[in-house]
Structure formats: structure tokens, C-alpha cells
Design a protein around this ligand. Structure first.
Ligand code: 4NP
Length: 173
């Protein structure tokens, strides 16, 4: 584990639930969070657990609403076998009722999602993706690749594959 990372208690508490609903959130909902959704969908299918999970993604900035993921993200993901078909949508207040775990890609996403939470119980649902990542000790979040080159998109996918695998391990204990 990288320094200062800890599996959030709420994730462990969900391990026995019949159904687990996960919402991945980033800023634009066109790069990181739809990729996280695609990676997690593929993992739960691979493990024969698709029926137990509800998986979605959303963005804190609504300017890309309705759009498919960024073309660069789709290409890098496709090269690893993920077909990203999500259409961007903004986070809405009902998401706090509709999901058990709200997974933020960076610290700004995390702070804003915690701040918007209607209740303290809802605030506890908000966790950081990086807390599930075991490798990459140099990273303290899943960094925004929008203004980066190919290596930025590859790093995002590396972090998401690592983090989603461990998140699913915790949730299926
Ligand atoms: P994402 O990347 O948050 O990973 O989807 C971004 C996409 C678009 C913008 C910022 C980040 N934007 O400012 O338009």
C-alpha cells in the first residue's frame, strides 16, 4: 500500500450485502469515472458476480453531459478489452440514496462529494479510489489525464485495474 492509504470501513461493512451499488465520480465523467465503471463491470462479470452489483458513474462538472467518454480514454481502454459506452451525466442529490459507495477519483472530487452529502450517513459513503490501490506508492489520487499524453491515460487504467480488483476483494469477502 502507498503511504496514508487505508481501506475505508464502510467498504468492509458492505461485504455481506446481497446487493452493492457503486457510483464512480470524477470531474467531467468522460475519462476516469467511466473507465472505472468499465473496469469494474468487466471484473464482476469475470467473477460471475454481475447480479450482485449495480455500477454507474457521474461527474461533478456537467459540461460534457450526454457525451461518450473522451476518444483517447475509449481507445486506451479498448486496447485492454474494455468497451466504454457510458454517457456522461452530472452527480445528483438522489445519488446519495441510490448508491452504497460513492468513489471519488481525486481529493477535490472527494471534498466536494462529502460537502454535498445530505446526511452524515451519506457522507460516509464517499471514499477515495486511491485507498483501494495497492501499488503505485508515488500516487496520492487517480490524476486527471485530460491535459496529459498517452501515459496519463495508461496510468489511470493501471490504477483503476489495481484499485477495482482490491475493492471487489473487500466487497466479496
Ligand atoms: P475526467 O477528466 O474528470 O477524468 O472526466 C476531465 C474531463 C473534462 C474536463 C476535466 C477533466 N473538463 O474540464 O472539461
Amino acid at each position: 500500500m502507498g503511504k496514508n492509504r487505508e481501506i475505508p470501513a464502510i467498504a468492509k461493512e458492505l461485504a455481506g450485502n446481497e446487493k452493492v451499488r457503486i457510483l464512480f465520480v470524477c470531474l467531467g465523467n468522460i475519462c476516469r469515472s467511466p473507465a472505472a465503471e468499465g473496469v469494474m463491470r468487466s471484473l464482476v462479470e469475470e467473477r460471475g458476480q454481475a447480479d450482485r452489483f449495480e455500477i454507474d458513474s457521474a461527474g461533478l462538472y456537467g459540461g460534457h453531459a450526454g457525451e461518450l467518454p473522451d476518444r483517447r480514454m475509449r481507445i486506451h481502454a479498448f486496447q485492454r478489452g474494455y468497451n466504454l459506452t457510458h454517457h456522461s451525466r452530472p452527480v445528483r442529490s438522489s445519488d446519495y440514496d441510490d448508491f452504497d459507495l460513492i468513489v471519488a477519483m481525486d481529493h477535490s472530487n472527494y471534498d466536494r462529494l462529502r460537502g454535498f452529502a445530505p446526511t452524515l450517513e451519506d457522507e460516509r459513503k464517499v471514499v477515495r479510489m486511491i485507498d483501494f490501490v495497492r501499488g503505485f506508492p508515488q500516487c496520492d489520487c487517480v490524476p486527471d489525464p485530460y491535459y496529459e499524453g498517452a501515459e496519463g491515460f495508461e496510468l489511470v487504467l493501471d490504477l483503476l485495474e489495481d484499485g477495482c480488483r482490491n475493492m471487489l476483494d473487500v466487497l466479496t469477502l
